[in-house]
Design a protein around this ligand. Structure first.
Ligand code: ME8
Length: 511
């Protein structure tokens, strides 16, 4: 059985999660569901990054111990993932003992290899990023990500010999042209590696909240060295000798943290002689009404606020239909409602409602018989379109092009709506053309079935509802090939018309 191991960044639990965190985690959920649909053995890892100065400072501000502080916030993440219908395999916390052991193992391996040496560091530090900056990287003296003042940090520190991995990294990039996606990001990172790599500080001794190094108790692990290792501890790399998931197939990250994943992480793995992940995909940045998402300026949207706008599936759909994965996007309530009304309620919802109503009215609520000879009505064209919609969806999902997949599905939905208008089943009913009428309704229902299958990973609740309305409940055991094949609906299957799928007023949503 093919396996698929996908990860999200582990988020800093210094505050409740917001739409940026939802985005990456939803992307991983969609991919995990897609690969499950294809019959693969999927492992989907997410979690929280709980050590470091940023967490220590946030805890101090609340007058709490760091562990107590993060323990209070973790349920917020878990609740949010549940509300958004995110079905992960494991939620890892970097304060877990097994993770701590894995971090120590990584330090130990590199130390013994001679890739870690002691030195003294003085540099410009941004606590928001938990990273040092060079003067030339700053924007008017401020961190380019957080736009806040950096501080001068001076400390005795252990260094990792990143510079020694330049050539091996270049070779890996040359041999694996899709190691980083989108392609523009691959080129950008390759260019920076070619420019040269600097050794970097991987320990701290100016504060306490972190993992003690195995070879020096006075120092704690650098939070990024600690955090990146979660991808190994998440699949019990240290204790599970028959490792079936590592190497990860895909690390999904925001563009802000690509450098850590595309350069530092592979070098750490090379140093520890562990195989590298298959691909790192960096997605773009969401703004909120064109402004940076920022708690201090009140520009955040939490999970309840997001769901209150138009429900979970509308939000899931909007985030992935609105922008190409990899590009930046702007979130607005109006934008979400516009897509809910146009795409989900009008195009998908009405199609489903019309097809089921007609099936009840003209076919006694049972899937009618499909007669091949009635293809003159355009059913052949629909069948062809269905086959290409499936192929396009598979191709796009392989390339992690969510909006491309959704566009393909929506072209098919539009075609089905045109088919209803063109064939006008109500006229066929009036003229008593029963066989033609049956074929048209069968084609509509089959088109809807296939649409629901392809939409499953994106809008799982709606997909399940539609399949349930078509009398198709237990679908797990059916292979993707069969589900995605045209012509699977059995004549005679009773349908169950339910409530409207995307009501404008959420309080009436009960189907
Ligand atoms: O960086 N738009 O954690 P973090 C899109 N702990 N995505 C966004 C976003 C936005 N406006 N804001 C946040 C860390 N994200 C480290 C990671 S991994 C070993 C350690 C998403 O809480 C995006 O995925 O700051 C980004 O990379 C991540 O949240 C940063 O989360």
């Amino acid at each position: 059985m093919k396996k698929f191991y996908v990860t999200t960044p582990i988020y800093y639990p210094n505050d409740i999660p917001h739409i940026g965190h939802f985005y990456t985690t939803l992307a991983a959920d969609i991919l995990a569901r897609w690969h499950k649909l294809k019959g693969e053995d999927v492992f989907f890892l997410t979690g929280t990054d709980e050590h470091g100065k940023k967490i220590e400072t946030a805890a101090q501000k609340k007058g709490e111990e760091p562990k107590e502080f993060v323990d209070g916030l973790i349920p917020k993440f878990i609740e949010a993932w549940k509300k958004l219908n995110i079905d992960y395999s494991r939620f890892i916390r970097t304060t877990e003992a097994a993770h701590i052991d894995t971090v120590r193992f990584m330090y130990d391996k590199s130390y013994k290899k001679g890739d870690i040496y002691k030195g003294f560091y003085e540099g410009l530090y941004c606590t928001g990023c938990e990273a040092y900056y060079q003067e030339k990287e700053l924007e008017t003296g401020c961190c380019p990500v957080h736009k806040t003042k950096v501080e001068i940090l001076k400390e005795e520190s252990y260094f990792f010999k990143l510079s020694a991995y330049r050539d091996r990294l270049l070779e890996h990039y040359e041999k694996n042209k899709s190691f980083v996606r989108p392609e523009s990001r691959y080129n950008e990172i390759l260019f920076r590696i070619k420019e040269g790599l600097l050794d970097f500080s991987i320990s701290r001794n100016s504060f306490k909240w972190g993992i003690e190094l195995p070879f020096d108790k006075e120092h704690i692990a650098y939070v990024w060295f600690d955090a990146l290792t979660n991808y190994l501890s998440g699949v019990n790399y240290l204790t599970n000798k028959e490792q079936k998931y590592w190497p990860a197939d895909l690390h999904l990250v925001g563009k802000d943290i690509l450098w850590f994943h595309a350069v530092i992480w592979p070098a750490m793995l090379m140093s520890a002689e562990i195989p590298l992940p298959g691909q790192i995909f960096a997605h773009g940045w969401w703004t909120f009404n064109k402004e940076k998402i920022s708690k201090s300026r009140g520009k955040v949207i939490n999970v309840d606020e997001l769901i209150a706008i138009a429900g979970v599936d509308a939000a899931r759909y909007f985030l992935f239909a609105e922008t190409t994965f990899g590009q930046d996007g702007d979130f607005s309530t109006e934008g979400l409602l516009r897509r809910r009304d146009a795409d989900l309620a009008n195009e998908l919802g009405n199609l489903v409602s019309r097809a089921l109503t007609m099936c009840e009215k003209y076919c006694a609520g049972k899937v009618p018989v499909y007669k091949e000879e009635n293809c003159a009505l355009g059913a052949g064209e629909i069948k062809e379109a269905a086959i290409s919609a499936v192929a396009r969806c598979c191709q796009c999902m392989e390339e992690i092009d969510f909006s491309g997949a959704l566009n393909g599905i929506w072209s098919f939905i539009k075609l089905l709506n045109q088919y209803v208008e063109k064939t006008a089943p109500w006229k066929l009913a009036k003229n008593n053309e029963k066989e033609k009428l049956d074929t048209v309704i069968h084609v509509m229902l089959e088109g809807i079935r296939l649409t629901a299958v392809l939409l499953g990973p994106f809008i799982p609740e709606t997909s399940e509802k539609i399949l349930g309305q078509l009398g198709l409940e237990a679908q797990e055991k059916i292979s993707f090939e069969n589900k995605a094949k045209w012509g699977q609906l059995q004549a005679g299957t009773p349908i169950k018309k339910g409530k409207i799928l995307f009501p404008k007023d959420l309080t009436t949503k009960n189907g």
